[in-house]
Design a binder for this molecule. Sequence first.
Ligand code: ZN
Ligand code: FE
Ligand code: FE
Ligand code: ZN
Length: 282
Amino acid sequence: MLNSKLQTLGTPNFQLMLPDYHIHTPLCNHATGDPEEYRGAAGKMGIPQICFTDHAPNPDGYDPAHRMTLGDFPSYREMIEALRGGRSPEVLMGVEVDYYEGCERFMAKWLPAQDFDFVIGSVHFIEGWGFDNPEERHIWDSSDITATWRKYFKLMLRFVASGLFDAVGHLDLPKKFGHRPREKDLKEMVRPVLDLIAENGMGVELNTSGLRKPVKEIYPSPLILSMALERNIPICFGSDAHSPEDVGKSFASALELARDAGYTEYFRIRQRQKELTPLPGV
Ligand code: ZN
Ligand code: FE
Ligand code: FE
Ligand code: ZN
């Protein structure tokens, strides 16, 4: 339950002071609103820092419908650079790298050459199935839920092992439509992934977009977050906004989730260097 202090966080002028590190742009073909509008929305909420993390381009033809092309990338960079300057919030440049088999070859060269502040690593496909895509949701009906989750974490483990990114995006994304494995199975599957995240010094984002999806729950779940804290995995916050009104959405709930799990700090990042910061009100 929200306590009375947190309930006041929903008011627009409250200085929540948590950066939003997961924001898209129209270059991915499924987001609306100019980057300037996202920045403006963040400014109104008192958000001190935002990071654009649009879906990364790739030369391998993976899921071209949902991302910028390599040719678009210079305009992505220019768009973001144009928003930088004295005004608050500070604007960072990042990407959400979507895992596909073989992406390591390209990403290992391309990512370090781009001067990113922050790189999110996400898995959206299992053997060609966009399992979180509403248009492909029906495939869940004929899928073994536990086996699907196992495959998902296997891919995630491989991606984490690559060491290519700074934090995992929406770590338990397969729950999006409400399909969940038994808790015992989930723990067993996620344990090696969290172990490797910790070993590689990576973080996990609290992604509030889950609250806007059928599951109505932040990614990751309280259980997974408590397992992350046991390993001292640092956290950050992301709205996964695909429109300006979603910037900073439900961050009061994410803050409450972090505190309830026992977290007292989160990370800020620039030039891919994390810095731990006390959570507001702690
Ligand atoms: Zn997207
Ligand atoms: Fe994603
Ligand atoms: Fe995203
Ligand atoms: Zn996302």
